[in-house]
Design a protein around this ligand. Structure first.
Ligand code: 5GP
Length: 194
């Protein structure tokens, strides 16, 4: 690995655990980290902005990016494609910029191969009941979609031991400060795995 490269962090966690909220808080407290913007084929939720929250693309365009090797990782999550465009991440790291990827479990596993130096953080709910409550509470998915997301969440929670760090999102401020601590203090280059 070159000497001037930035550090890469992965944030993964089940649906509705609060990844977006925690990341938003985190980015207010730390300006040296750039949050990668994913591409997705799902439709924007109210308030989401193309090029800011996601690049909203159609399936044809998404699969072209995959075929052309322009995705660092990608996955089909809850019936839609999601992926991390490779060039901005590569450029950021090469210029010494730290990067966070907010991705699903399948993506995190790919990044373990394609970017093995990335520090992988899993955001977990305080309990299964609380996760269900948060998902119902946000009201952005209908009952059928909630069922699909909870089934995925079971698999994700079962895989948390694969991660370098597990942070419980009991309260946004707590989870944010724990992740901040990891970013500021973690041993990079996988010392955490030894
Ligand atoms: P949402 O539709 O709620 O924004 O995201 C659904 C899931 O897709 C979340 O688990 C999120 O982490 C994951 N996701 C978002 N962007 C990416 C990406 O670029 N790659 C992968 N593999 N998963 C992503």
């Amino acid at each position: 690995m070159g000497e001037q490269t930035g550090r890469a962090f992965v944030l993964c966690g089940p649906t509705a655990v609060g990844k977006d909220t925690v990341l938003k808080e985190l980015l207010k407290k730390i300006d040296k980290v750039w949050l990668s913007i994913s591409a997705t084929t799902r439709h924007p939720r109210p308030g989401e902005v193309d090029g800011k929250d996601y690049y909203f693309v159609d399936e044809k365009h998404f699969l072209e990016l995959v075929t052309n090797g322009e995705m660092l990782e990608w996955a089909k999550v809850h019936g839609h494609y999601y992926g991390t465009p490779r060039p901005p991440v590569t450029q950021a790291l090469a210029s010494g910029q730290d990067v966070i990827l907010e991705i699903d479990l399948g993506g995190a596993r790919q990044v373990r191969k394609s970017l093995p130096q990335a520090v992988q953080i899993f955001l977990a709910p305080p309990s299964w009941e609380e996760l269900k409550k948060r998902l119902r509470g946000r009201g952005t998915e209908d009952a059928a979609e909630q069922k699909i997301r909870l089934a995925t969440a079971k698999t994700e929670l079962a895989a948390q031991d694969e991660f370098d760090y597990v942070v419980i999102n009991d309260a946004v401020a707590n989870a944010t400060s724990k992740i901040l601590h990891i970013i500021n203090n973690c041993e990079y280059n996988k010392a955490v795995h030894s």
